[in-house]
Design a protein around this ligand. Sequence first.
Ligand code: PLP
Length: 493
Amino acid sequence: MQEKLIFEVSSPGRRCISLPPCDVPRKSLEKMLPPQFRRKTPARLPEVSELDVVRHFTRLSQLNYSVDTHFYPLGSCTMKYNPRIHEEVAGQEGLSRLHPYQPPEQIQGMLELLYHFSGLLKEVCGLPEFSLQPAAGAHGELLGMMIVRTYHQKRGEGGRKKIIIPDSAHGTNPASAALCGFEVVEVKSNGNGLVDLEALRKAMSPEVAAMMITNPNTLGLFEKDIIDICNILHEAGGLVYCDGANMNAMLGRVRPGDMGVDLLHLNLHKTFTAPHGGGGPGSGPLGVSKALRPFLPVPRIKAVGATGRSPLQYVWDYDYPDSVGRIKAFYGHIGVIIKAYAYILSLGRKGLLKVSEAAVLNANFLRQRLSGHYDLPYTAGCMHEFVLSGRRQKKQGVTTLDIAKRLLDYGFYAPTIYFPLIVEEALMIEPTETEGKQTLEDFAEVMIKIAREIEISPKMVKGAPYNTPVRRLDEVKAAKQPDLRWSFPVDSE
Ligand SMILES: *Cc1c(COP(=O)(O)O)cnc(C)c1O
């Protein structure tokens, strides 16, 4: 299917709009814009009608997969539905039109919102203070690592240079630790896909600053030894950082702070429904234990108690001499935060419990339906996601990438593939709680159908996709050198 681009439907003289003749005197125009800044030839723009423009952009919007159009089981990325009411809430003029330089007395409502939102995160996670500054999950990790470093330095233990990270971790974990100057020490998972306690004990030394752990881990399994893990670290003077990007399965059920975790980031653009993809904006608030509070970024919001006739006031507080400083211009991605705030308030305590229940139920339902047709390397019940292996299919010469491409033909976005690294030909599936049973059934049926196709005609599957606007792309090139702009064919120059 060859789509016509907007320049190709361009026809000389065709117009979208007609403007009245310019009534500004030529003299004043020339004064406003000196000749050297004026173009010599008219810009080459497509000459099209309004309907051409509407069709062009509507068609472009339909060329892609999105949560709004397709089931999107991208493991670890939590592509859940983003309720439209959040957009309306965040878009309200009183919130979206504020300027970050407005003095606190003019933005009391916003400060109260941020203060209250932090309070909700504290309650959900069991940690005494949060910073809302980090712009994404990886940014929260970086802040966490900066705090770990500062904490040890202040205690005269700046020699702690090592961060322990399990082999199943998200790639941003070792990257954040390394960026902060730490040396990464990998610990292997055991046969059940969990942190191997013996290997962890062996990796411990007085040089260990912290461990970064994801719970549930990227295999979708709950690290049931988390309390022992925290004890091992704490007894050796180390800290425990929890990657809480995907908290779906935990909401309202367990709190990382209660497990002994010292630092934790959340991805508001995953667990808390703010839309994401295409590079942002996101939000990765970082929560810390009591001992680490002095190091959080400034400014922080302080509620100054009501006295006499003056009511409760919210002010920016910069007075934290041990703070690692500011890590983001202004105060974080406030639009994203408002959406997450709307999400938590609209669900309430009971709603959050339903979220974790449905996230875990949906994942286990799919895991059960698919486990006879694809290999399931770790058989324990899963949390919000699970990981299959395409190694059985690979024996037919069909790779996990081929399976992912074939899914597109059937109108499903592909799961995360080849991650976590410890699973051969990994297919990481996260249905999220916002999908209904019918969608899950349909997806399972298609996955099973593809498994059969591989047995009957592996070659056909290897040629997929057939129905998409473009066939197979050079994915590395598409990511590194995206072709996003129309350029004129050389002969028309
Ligand atoms: C998405 C994710 C991250 C990184 O979050 P970004 O917002 O993309 O920086 C870190 N850890 C895990 C487990 C994730 O799923």
